[in-house]
Structure formats: structure tokens, C-alpha cells
Design a protein around this ligand. Structure first.
Ligand code: NAI
Length: 335
């Protein structure tokens, strides 16, 4: 297949080239994101490969269809950036990578939490300036604390095990609680309200959809224990950023670890060190000493990249060679 990759970066090209050895697809890497202005570039390609901050809207899908594109391959798990109804109407299947090293994401979430709680980022900057003072660096033991995991799919389950290993009580919330998992791992499923009110650390691992959009808003922030640390490696819009900033200013919460941000498109993955940013909310977030932001990098391990490349290319090979749709994302019922 001729495949046009959008929003590609140096760190992934070699991994895809290596994985493509056994598939023999004709791959072209574009650095621009897929959107209304760039969709026309895909004319004449069999498939496009898209990443998390592309905008695969209805007009984009129409342009892809007009250009002869037969498949949209997502090299990620989330699909909130794709208009699935429009893709179904156009007869273009959307394929994804449903699971790839959940450990990559879970371990990054843990790294953010440990860094923020033990103030490693501040200590590192300090000692490099030969300031060996410990003032302001007090953290808390995680052992014995209550951690709330929202979403116990692939990543959330790894998080539950990690925190059980650290000696924490783990509360979980999911639309579909798994009683057997809870019993085996010593995890207790509770309502979202109970989890929010009882946890010292809360980590979000649900997909972004209508039911989860702004699940952490002013009302839910008001319910949290004082001092709670919020970790979001899910999707930015799970949290109402405006309400989060308000809660941080009022010192209602202890801190936030954010690998995702609701307006990250066009900012994350870019080097804006000279241009600066025009997003005042993000700029404000970056001023809090108790907020840690990474640029949607939780997936970024060698193992995860290799699995993403292997699954993405074999999804397309199955379609090309056998006409079989593997890892297809079905459109939800309209309405
Ligand atoms: P998964 O599909 O295995 O698990 C999601 C879980 O959320 C399921 O158990 C589901 O029942 C639950 N859920 C869905 N809606 C819910 C709701 N309204 N209330 C409560 N529970 C709900 O997904 P996985 O692999 O664990 O990934 C979770 C999310 O992490 C992805 O959707 C994606 O947005 C994000 N992600 C972020 C990455 C990063 O680099 N920061 C990398 C990979 C995934």
C-alpha cells in the first residue's frame, strides 16, 4: 500500500522503516499534521496514518475519500480526534493500535507523580546551581496512602498493580468493574464520587468521550481531599483546565501532573522555544511550582514504539492482502 504518514517525528521514522521490512508498504513521512489544509496531500495514496493531534474531521474525511484513500490507520489507541460517523459514511475504515505497552504510560504516570511529590525537578535544578538546601522539598510517603484509579482498562490495571506494590490502598472506578481483577489484586471498586472524596492521589485512565469530557470540573475538584495530587495521562479534556487553575490558585489541591492538555494541538510535539506560546491557560499552568507538564510523551518508550509500528503496519497488510479489518474502530450509534 502507498501510505502517507502525517505528523511524523524523527524518533519514530526509523522504527517504522524497520517494522516495514516484512510488509513492504510504500511509506512517505510528512511532518505536517492532518487537517483541512493538508488532507489534499493524501490524493493518490491508499491509506493515511494519523497521530493523536491530527484533526480527522468530516471535511478532512471527504477530501481523503475524493483523493482515493481507502483506510485511516491510527498509530495510537485513542480515537477521539476522528469523526467516526463521517468515516463510516464515507466507507473508510478506521484502524487503531488498541494496546501497546500499557507499562510505558503507567510508568510515565508514576514518574510524574514521584517527581512532583518528591520535588525532584526542583532539587535537580537547585543542585546544578550548587544550592544544596532542602527547604521546600518535603514530600509524602506513598505507602499507606489511598490512590484512586479512574478507568481500569489496560493502563489503569497496570497502575493498580504498581500502587499495590508501593503499599497503597487502591480504589478504582470503571463503567465495567471487574470483580475478579479486584479480588486478585486487592483493589476496591467504588463510585466516582467516593473515589474523588477518599483519594490522596487520583490518576485518570479513561478515554475521552461524551461521558468523560470534563469529568474533573469545578464541582468534582471541590470534592477532592485537600492536598490531593491529580495525574492525567489520559486526554487533556478529561479535566476542565479553567477549573483546575482556579483550584490550584486557591490551593484546593496539592498539585497536578499533566502529560496531556485540552488545547495541546499545535503546541505539544513542537519546539516553540523561540516563538513562545499564545495559550494563556497553558502559560499559567506552567507557572505553578506544583504542576508538572510533559508533552504527551507517556507512550514514548522503545518497546511501545515498536509495538505501535508492528500493529499499525499489520492492520494495513491484513486489509490489503486478505481484505480483513483488524483493530477497526466502529462508529458509535448516531445521536
Ligand atoms: P482501555 O480501553 O483499555 O481502558 C479504558 C477503560 O476506561 C475501560 O475499562 C473502560 O470501561 C473505561 N471507561 C470508559 N469510559 C468510562 C467512563 N465514562 N467512566 C468510567 N470508566 C470508563 O484504554 P487504555 O489502553 O487503558 O488507555 C486509556 C486512555 O489512555 C486512552 O483512551 C488514551 O486516551 C490514553 N492514552 C494516553 C497515552 C499517552 O501517551 N499519554 C498513550 C496511550 C493511551
Amino acid at each position: 500500500m502507498r501510505i502517507l504518514f502525517f505528523d511524523t517525528h524523527r524518533y519514530e521514522k526509523d522504527v517504522f522503516r524497520a517494522a516495514n521490512g516484512e510488509h513492504g508498504h510504500d511509506i512517505v513521512f510528512a511532518e505536517v499534521r492532518l487537517g483541512p489544509e493538508t488532507a489534499g496531500l493524501a490524493a493518490g495514496y491508499d491509506a493515511v496514518c494519523s497521530f493523536v493531534n491530527d484533526r480527522v474531521s468530516a471535511p478532512v474525511i471527504r477530501t481523503l475519500k475524493d483523493g482515493g484513500v481507502r483506510a485511516i490507520a491510527l498509530r495510537c489507541a485513542g480515537f477521539n480526534h476522528v469523526d467516526l460517523q463521517a468515516a463510516a459514511a464515507a466507507g473508510i475504515p478506521v484502524l487503531r493500535v488498541p494496546a501497546y505497552s500499557p507499562h510505558a504510560v503507567a510508568e510515565h504516570a508514576l514518574a510524574l507523580l514521584l517527581t512532583l511529590n518528591r520535588k525532584i525537578h526542583r532539587a535537580h535544578a537547585r543542585v546544578r546551581e550548587l544550592n544544596f538546601s532542602l527547604e521546600g522539598l518535603v514530600g509524602f510517603d506513598l505507602c499507606g496512602k489511598t490512590v484512586g484509579i479512574v478507568g481500569t482498562g489496560n493502563i489503569g490495571r497496570v497502575m493498580c498493580r504498581i500502587f499495590r506494590g508501593l503499599g497503597c490502598q487502591v480504589l478504582a472506578h470503571d463503567l465495567y468493574p471487574d470483580g475478579q481483577f479486584a479480588a486478585t489484586e486487592g483493589v476496591r471498586y467504588v463510585s466516582l464520587e467516593e473515589l474523588l472524596g477518599a483519594s490522596d492521589v487520583i490518576s485518570l485512565h479513561v478515554p475521552l468521550n461524551k461521558g468523560t469530557h470534563h469529568m474533573i470540573d469545578a464541582a468534582s475538584l471541590a470534592r477532592l481531599k485537600p492536598g490531593v495530587i491529580l495525574v492525567n495521562t489520559g486526554r487533556g479534556a478529561l479535566i476542565d483546565t479553567h477549573a483546575l487553575i482556579h483550584a490550584l490558585k486557591k490551593k484546593q489541591i496539592g498539585g497536578a501532573c499533566l502529560d496531556v492538555y485540552e488545547e495541546e494541538e499545535g503546541v505539544f510535539f513542537e519546539d516553540l522555544s523561540e516563538a513562545g506560546i499564545s495559550d494563556d491557560q497553558l502559560a499559567r499552568l506552567l507557572t505553578f511550582p506544583n504542576v508538572l507538564v510533559t508533552s504527551h510523551q507517556a507512550f514514548l518508550t522503545t518497546e511501545a514504539l515498536q509495538q505501535i509500528a508492528a500493529t499499525t503496519l499489520s492492520n494495513l497488510s491484513s486489509l490489503e492482502k486478505h481484505g480483513v479489518l483488524v483493530n477497526q474502530v466502529e462508529a458509535p450509534p448516531a445521536g
